[in-house]
Structure formats: C-alpha cells, structure tokens
Ligand binder design. Sequence first.
Ligand SMILES: Nc1ncnc2c1ncn2[C@@H]1O[C@H](COP(=O)(O)OP(=O)(O)OP(=O)(O)O)[C@@H](O)[C@H]1O
Length: 593
Amino acid sequence: MARAPPSAVDPSLPPPPPPPPPRSGRKLINSMFRSGQYQQQQHHQQGDLDLNNESGLHPGETDQEQDETRPPTTNEPQPISTSLPNNEKPSPRKTIFPGGKNLINSMRNLSLRSKPKVAAEAADWEKQWDEDDEDSSDDEEEEVGPLHFQDQPVEEDTKLPAQSLPENQDVSVVSTDDALEWDTAVRQDLEEKPDIQMFLPMLRVLGKGSFGKVVLVQKRTGKDRGGLYAMKILRKSHLVKRRQIERTKTERKVLSLVNHPFIMKLHFAFQSEDKLYLVLDYCPGGELFFHLSRFRRFPERVARFFSAELLLAIGHIHKRGIIFRDMKPENVLLDADGNVKLGDFGLAKCGIVHPLEGALSMCGTPEYMAPEVLAQAGHGFCVDYWGLGMILYEMMTGLPPWYTTDRAKLFRKLKSAPLDIPSSFSAQAASCVSGLLERDPRRRLGVLGIRSAMEHPFFRNVNWRALYARRVEPPIRPCEGWKSPESIRYNEEMGDQASVDDFAAIEEINACDLDAAVKNFENQFTRMPVESEDHGSQHQAEEVAALSELNADTFRGFSYDGKEHPLEILNQDSSTSLGSTGPAHQVQPHTLD
Ligand SMILES: Nc1ncnc2c1ncn2[C@@H]1O[C@H](COP(=O)(O)OP(=O)(O)OP(=O)(O)O)[C@@H](O)[C@H]1O
C-alpha cells in the first residue's frame, strides 16, 4: 500500500525546500561555519526567510498578501550548497544589536515587573502538570481544538524577570522537594519479556552514534504488534574499549525514569551476549538539526515553539533531579506531528537538587558548554538553561554563538566574548537569549526554576497547558500524509473501516511505506544494508579480547520491560568510572561527579 510521502511544512514558512545535504555535507557545513563561508552564504540569501513573518498561517488558510510579499522562489532557502565558489570571501559575522552589550546588560538589570496574566497561566499549568503526574488521564480536560502557535502583536516589553539569587540564600531550597518525586509512570500492560526476535527483521538504519547504530524496527508480536520503534544497538565490546559502560547505564536509567510528551520514551531494554538494545519511541520527524539545515534559520515564532516545548521537557527532568547536560539540535528529534522529543541522555546526571551544584564533570559538546562547566566550578540545573539559550540562538541564526573550530579560542569565547545578537531579533527574543546565556548561573534566566523562564516576555503568548497537552499545532509538519501504524491501529480500534484495511497492511510494511517512514533521515544511513556488520578478523580478535574483560555483572540490570519501579534503578550501582576517551564531538566526564 502506497502512502503519500512525508511532505513539508507550515505554509507560513517558505515552500518545501529540497532535502538537506547528506551527513557528509553536514560535516562540510560545519567546516563552512568555521571558515566563515556559511555566514557569507547566509548574507547572500538574506531575506529568504522572513524572520518577522508572524502571520501564523496554517494549513488550509490562505493569505494572498502573504504570498505576494514572499521573496521570489529563486530566493527560497535551498539546502546549503557544499560547493561555494572559492572566490567568495567569507564575511565576518556582524554584531548588530542596537545598543549592543550595554542594552542587553541594562535589560538584565531591570527589576521584575508584575505580569499577572502570565504568572497566573504558568501557575495554572504547573498545577495541571502536578495533577498529570499523579494521574496521567486527560479525561476531564476541556476539549479544545488544535491551537495555532501564532504570535499576537506583543506590547513593547523587554524587561527580564529578576533572576539573581541573593548571595547568602540557601539555593538548595529551590527544588529539593521536587527532586524527591520519583513517580515515573511505568507501563503496566506489558506481559512480555522482550528480546531481539520480537523485532526482526530490522527495517532500516536511521543513524549511527559513536558506539552503535539506531535502526527502525517493527514489533512483530504482542499487544503493540505492528508498531514502529527506533532500536539503539550498542556493541558491548565498543563500550568497554571506550569506557562507555557507565554512560550507557545512565542513559538507560534516565530514560526509564522520565515520562513526558516531549522526551523520548524507552519501551524496552535487553541484551544479548555481545550487544545492548534500547527500544525507543520512533521519531519519524528526524532531527531538529535536519530541519534547521534545510531552512537555515527559523522565524522567531518557530524558534519559540520548539524552545517552549524544550523548556517543558527540561522542567520535567529537573523536577526528577536529573540534568541533561547535552542540549544541542542533534539531540532534539521530532515526532510525526512535529513536536519535539528530547533524546540521548548519555551525559545526564541524577540526584541533582540544586541549580548551581551537584555535578563537577567537565562534559558536554564543546560548542554548547556552559561557562561553569568549563570552569569546573560545579554545576546544577542551570546548565540546561544555558543549553536552551544556545539552541534558541542557533535556531534563530543558523549557528551557535561564539562558533569557531579552534578549540582553545572557542573556550575563551564561551568564557568571556560578548554575545552578538542580530538586529533581526525582537527585543523579547534578545532579552530571553541573553538571559539564558548569562554567564553567571546565579543570574541566569531559569535559576529560580522553570516557572521563572516560562514567565519571560518572549513566551508571553504561549498557552502552556495547551502546549503540554500537544494541542498547539506545530509549525513544521515533517510527516504530512504519512500514517503511522499506531495511528492506523487507533482508527481501527475506533471502527474506521478504511483503516481496518490499512491495518491489515501494516504488518507487511512494504518498501514504499518504509521510504515514507524514513523520509526525514539521511540516505546514507537509510540505504545501508541493515544487518551489515564488520566481521573482519582483526575486529573479531579485538572483540573477543574486549569481551573477556567483562564479567557477568557488568550489564546486570540493563534489561527493562517497562515495569520495574524507578527506585529499583536508583538503587543500582551508578559509580562513575569513565576514562577520557570519548566520541570526537563530545567531551566525556573527566572528574567524578
Ligand atoms: N528514537 C529515535 N527515532 C528516530 N531516530 C533516532 C532515534 N534515536 C536516534 N535516532 C537517530 O539515530 C542517530 C544516532 O543516534 P545515537 O543516539 O546513537 O547517536 P548520537 O546521539 O548521534 O551520538 P552519540 O551517542 O555519539 O552522542 C541520531 O542522530 C538520530 O538521527
């Protein structure tokens, strides 16, 4: 059965651009950032995305005026060319915030203005959130149709809520109570003991990480038969060789502790003699990075939507005493509807009850590291607000602030270079980004908790309850026209005859459906032979040697059927024993937390 291929986006964004360059192209894009070519190209194509486009047009709506004011098609964003003419000289990135640093600083120092409406809504949402934690049923929720994430004209208001913690305040009171809640909902309905047979044959490769690959699989038996999942496969020998066992255990532990609409869910974990398997929500929308590289940068309202969802995800993990520590667009995936799913919890840390303290490790992705992490001064929840600021800035400009390939220079810039804010940022966005990217974590937006960030004027028009309930229509619809087996099943259960026919077909998912299902992933992975393994003799010899280092207890407790109590996980040994070798793009913890 052929399904319409996934297609593009909200009509208020430019028409669907061609797919992004392959991953090798992504690497080149990075090198273009470094050489300045990327900025040059951005400069040439300025105007191809209207940052002030706040019309909020949505599917089915038309706006002739909007179409007419769009730049000509030839100027629509194209995938970033990997072959820029050599004679184009890179132009340096401009510092174009009116008033520059002084204005930003003066905005930071303004006192808290009362914002009863926003505060009331945030409080309302928070109350709802607590209730949802206790009882996840939405039965009594008022039925409201999908809301558009549409910006209203915002009154001029650039004042940043005061974020400073008084010098002598015991900041540990900020979130201790929340951190004691370990009430993650677990799935009670599964009676199956998971194993690899349940998911064979594997369907497509989705991507590769430093220690293994992620493949698309379909559950072949049991209640969720036919459902698609992403299965992360890690070779034990790689983990041992690269001292990544604790990282993997952390990822598996944290994933089973969290339960949130904007965080990737772990369904099963199991192991074979030589591999570990994590079965996760499949995110057919692909990486946020993939979409950002197609559009080069997002209009402010789009950046606001994604950052608001990420803010809720951060609030959820912080409430559970977990910090993420690796916020970057590559770790944010989109579900079929275009809502975010935060993933890759390998650098997360549990047991944090303080915004500034609790962890010591120097870890993260260099370009995104918070100053307090670099300084190894101790860090807490506030690192993730810094990470959110970095993502927000990157969404609105196309690259993270202070970017350079020279590692020493990068760290110097992260520590002390002024933040350049383009003049295209609204005052609210500039205030929010500079508040999140405040170097002193005691003064950073979010230090007083998620609510203080939610109340920022940049998020003024966000309906948090609706957003949390996924009733706000996402600005990018990455899988339009594609029906997931789960949605088909849902309709079938509701007695929809057309879908019953579809449902018969989901168990025999054909190549065309598969192409549609992986449309937002790079060809270089999705076209790989799914079972290909390196069986070279040297590799095998190394593997045997590495595996012999493992004792029977190394991965004890890894398997997960969705039913264990989170406290059991917390009681397992989680001492850190990481070496300094890690993936090229990440810095692994160098000290014990
Ligand atoms: N749940 C998922 N649904 C769809 N695709 C996924 C999912 N999880 C991961 N992927 C894809 O697989 C790729 C590899 O993921 P993985 O978590 O192994 O590595 P990574 O995060 O890129 O690298 P590292 O683990 O080294 O930080 C990701 O880049 C993403 O494109």
